[in-house]
Structure formats: structure tokens, C-alpha cells
Design a protein around this ligand. Structure first.
Ligand code: B12
Ligand code: SF4
Length: 358
């Protein structure tokens, strides 16, 4: 609970908070109250439609996700921050899509794991507030707990939820991460941004797997991000060709969104591409043994999926690659892999090449 004096000037504190957030590398900070009634209804409808697939954590916490004070008692405000992550020109990413040999790794995962980067900075922000006003009630989150990050950020004026369901800022596009600080400080709230998607439906049309089943409604079970990151078992065959060379996540709906013309590149060294993941042959990545995978993905979000899923995804990518001797040899080397999951995806990939050659 807050021990701040009743005389605290909340408006002045908020101005200082925005300055500190900028000094800590956040591009924006906004404040919202904790009423998320309409987002709660939409979340429940999404869950009833089973759009979350195997992401059991999305239904596990009841109303805690949409009612901040149930998660952290005493919470009256949510501070939302955003941090840009696009490390290089999006045209470079577009040129990689469906490349005959190279892997496409989604832009958010090229550098250091964002959870670590944002959480550390949010803890620093909380420490500065504490220095200023003394003890106060708070908890920081970065995609780590049942939090409705996009609806709170939308309420805090950080942008609007686009038809692809990502948050878009009119001057910055959507290539940014979100983080929050739940608090008991009665700071003044911001005005929400209104939607500027208009009649555009580019994201819906470009999605390779038709995962955006209606504007603002994403069936995660069809989304390549879910299929390559969240799904643990076999990737349903009907999606494998559509996945192309996207071996970790997918960015198509953001790559083609007109609002991303306004996106600025990140100057955060932590988000610079590591291990040349922005320009690697799939055969090279496929030949990493488990030790190499663990070493090369240390500190990266990619490590979370584990080696078996990594090979599963690249096998699909190689099934969609050009039929070269190198590709076929790399696939054949894994026909006897210990994992039945990997073997099955390798067999599928080889079948694609056999069918094409026939
Ligand atoms: C689960 C999840 C996923 C799932 C499901 C995505 C989803 N849309 O829900 C999967 C694995 C597919 C996924 C993929 C990605 N994710 Co994700 N994901 C999350 C997570 C953990 C929860 C999101 C959630 O609450 N979903 C529940 C459903 C109900 O929400 P929703 O689909 O957004 O629906 C809302 C609106 O569409 C709206 N709505 C519904 N119907 C209607 C109708 C109308 C008319 C209107 C106006 C609105 C509306 O209400 C809903 C509730 O607010 C958040 C972190 C967090 N804790 O919030 C990150 C998060 C959303 N992901 C993020 C990122 C970066 C991605 C990817 C870009 C990663 C990648 N490159 O592969 C993709 C983008 C795919 C996409 N088009 O969404 C960022 C997004 C940042 C941003 N700028 O918005 C977040 C916020 C993580 C972070 N801390 O930065 N993700
Ligand atoms: S991330 Fe890719 S698969 Fe998922 S909704 Fe966007 S375009 Fe479709």
C-alpha cells in the first residue's frame, strides 16, 4: 500500500514519470484505470470460440486477466509502456518471405528476449518512483502473468487495436512491445486513441493461413505464430505449405500494414539481430545440434520452444524450400532422429520434394 503523502501532486508526478520512462528507453508511457468490461466480454467470447487452442494459460486465471485488482489487490491504475523493436528496414524482411533457402524469423525474436529487457527497465522505473515518494504498491509485468496488455495500453492512449489485433500507434506503427506497472497510486488517466483502420483490410487478405477470421478476431489455432511457437505437437498438415519458410513466428500482417510505413527503427542494442538470424540458410540452422541450439539461442525468446520444436519448424520450412541436393541431404540426415515428432515432419518434407520432382 502507498505511503505517499496526501499532498502528492499526481499531475506533476505523472509528468516526471513520462520523462523517466523516456530516459529508460521507452517510447511512450500512458495511464489507464482498471475498468476492462468490454475487453472482458471479448476475451470470454474468444475463449468460448476455442480460438486459444492449446494455450491453456489463457483460460486458467478466471477474471484475474480482465480485473487487475483481482490479480494485485489495491490496484487502481495501470501504467503501460511501449518499446520499439524493429531492428532493420522492413523491406529486408519482405525480401526474405518465401525465400527458396533462407529462414524467416519474426522480427521480435532476432535479438535479446524482450521479457528480460522490458522487465528490468520497468523495475528501474518503479525504483525511481520509490525514491521520489517512498513505498508504494506495485507489480511489473511483461507478458508474464494474466494481463490484458493490449486493452490496457489502448485505454492508456498508446494506440488502437488494429484488425490484426496488434496495437498500432499512428506515428509509430505496431513494431513495439508492451509492459505494465500495476499500482495503487491515483495518477491521472490518459484518453484512449480511436481506431484508424478505416476500410483497410490488408492484414486480413495477406495472412497466409486466413487466421484473422473477421476484423479484430484472430483464431490463434490458424496463426503461424501459434503453430510455430505455442503448439507443442505436430503442425496440422493443412498449414504446412502455407507456413513457407517462417520457422519462428510470423509478421506478415504487420509487414503489409500501411501504418507501419511510419514505424521507426529501434536504437536498442539488445534488439539487434544475433547469430545472423536475419540472414541464415535453413539447412545451416537445421544442422545445429542441441548443444549449439542452446548456446546460440541463450538469452533469446527462441530458446523457449526447445530444440525439438525448432527442428520440427525448420523441417516444414525445408519441405517448402527449393529442391536442391543440399536440402534433401540435410533432411535425410534427420530421418533417424530420436524424436518421432521431428522424424514425421522430415518425412513430410521429403515427400514434398519427391512429389515436386515427380
Ligand atoms: C496469446 C498471445 C498471442 C497468441 C494469440 C494472439 C491474439 N491476438 O490474442 C499468438 C501466439 C497467436 C500471438 C501471436 C503474436 N503475438 Co502475441 N501475445 C499473446 C498474449 C500473451 C495475450 C493476448 C490476448 O490477450 N489475447 C486474447 C484475445 C481475446 O485478444 P485479442 O485477439 O487481442 O482480441 C482483442 C481485440 O481484438 C478486441 N476485439 C475482439 N473483437 C472485437 C470487435 C471489435 C469491433 C473491436 C473494435 C475489438 C474487438 O477485444 C479483444 C480483447 O481486448 C499477449 C501478452 C498479454 N499478456 O497480453 C501477447 C502480445 C499480444 N503478442 C505480441 C506480439 C508481438 C505477437 C506477434 C507479432 C509475434 C510474432 N511476430 O509472431 C504475433 C502477432 C499475431 C497477431 N496477429 O496477433 C505483443 C503485441 C504488441 C503489439 N504491438 O500489439 C504482445 C502484447 C506481447 C508484448 N508484451 O508485447 N500472441
Ligand atoms: S502473424 Fe501471420 S499467420 Fe498470424 S495473423 Fe498475422 S499474418 Fe496471419
Amino acid at each position: 500500500m502507498s505511503t505517499s503523502s496526501p499532498k502528492t501532486d499526481w499531475i506533476a508526478l505523472k509528468t516526471r514519470l513520462c520523462d523517466w520512462a523516456a530516459e529508460l528507453g521507452f517510447q511512450q508511457l500512458g495511464v489507464s484505470d482498471v475498468n476492462l468490461e468490454s475487453a472482458e466480454r471479448q476475451l470470454n467470447e474468444w475463449l468460448r470460440s476455442k480460438f486459444h487452442g492449446e494455450m491453456a494459460y489463457m483460460e486458467r486465471h478466471g477474471a484475474k486477466r480482465s480485473r487487475p485488482a483481482l490479480l494485485v489487490p489495491g490496484t487502481v491504475r495501470v501504467l503501460s509502456v511501449r518499446m520499439d523493436y524493429l531492428p532493420e528496414d522492413a523491406e529486408k524482411a519482405k525480401a526474405l518471405l518465401d525465400h527458396p533457402q533462407k529462414a524467416y524469423v519474426s522480427r521480435y525474436a532476432l535479438g535479446r528476449d524482450y521479457h528480460k529487457v522490458l522487465r528490468k527497465r520497468l523495475a528501474q522505473l518503479a525504483a525511481r518512483i520509490e525514491d521520489e515518494i517512498g513505498d508504494f504498491g506495485y507489480r511489473v509485468f511483461v507478458d508474464s502473468a494474466p494481463v490484458l496488455e493490449k486493452p490496457v495500453a489502448e485505454k492508456a492512449g498508446l494506440g488502437w487495436i488494429g484488425k490484426h489485433t496488434n496495437l498500432i500507434h499512428r506515428d509509430a506503427g505496431s513494431w513495439f512491445f508492451l509492459g505494465e506497472l500495476y499500482t495503487d497510486l491515483p495518477l491521472p488517466v490518459d484518453e484512449p486513441e480511436s481506431s484508424h483502420c478505416g476500410s483497410c483490410r490488408t492484414c486480413i487478405d495477406v495472412c497466409p493461413t486466413d487466421a484473422i477470421v473477421a476484423p479484430y478476431k484472430l483464431d490463434a489455432r490458424r496463426c503461424i505464430s501459434y503453430l510455430t511457437i505455442e503448439l507443442k505437437g505436430a503442425i496440422p498438415e493443412r498449414y504446412r505449405k502455407l507456413i513457407g519458410n517462417r520457422v519462428y513466428g510470423c509478421d506478415d500482417c504487420q509487414l503489409f500494414c500501411p501504418w507501419n510505413k511510419f514505424a521507426s527503427l529501434t536504437d536498442e542494442g539488445d534488439f539487434a539481430p544475433r547469430q545472423q538470424l536475419d540472414n541464415s540458410d535453413m539447412t545451416m540452422l537445421f544442422r545445429w545440434d542441441e548443444k549449439t541450439f542452446l548456446a546460440r539461442t541463450a538469452g533469446s525468446a527462441i530458446r523457449r520452444i526447445g530444440y525439438e520444436q525448432w527442428l520440427r519448424n525448420i523441417a516444414v520450412g525445408l519441405g517448402n524450400a527449393e529442391s536442391t541436393a543440399e536440402v534433401i541431404t540435410a533432411l535425410k540426415e534427420k530421418l533417424t532422429h530420436d524424436s518421432a515428432l521431428v522424424r514425421e515432419h522430415v518425412e513430410w518434407a521429403l515427400k514434398q520434394h519427391a512429389a515436386r520432382q515427380a
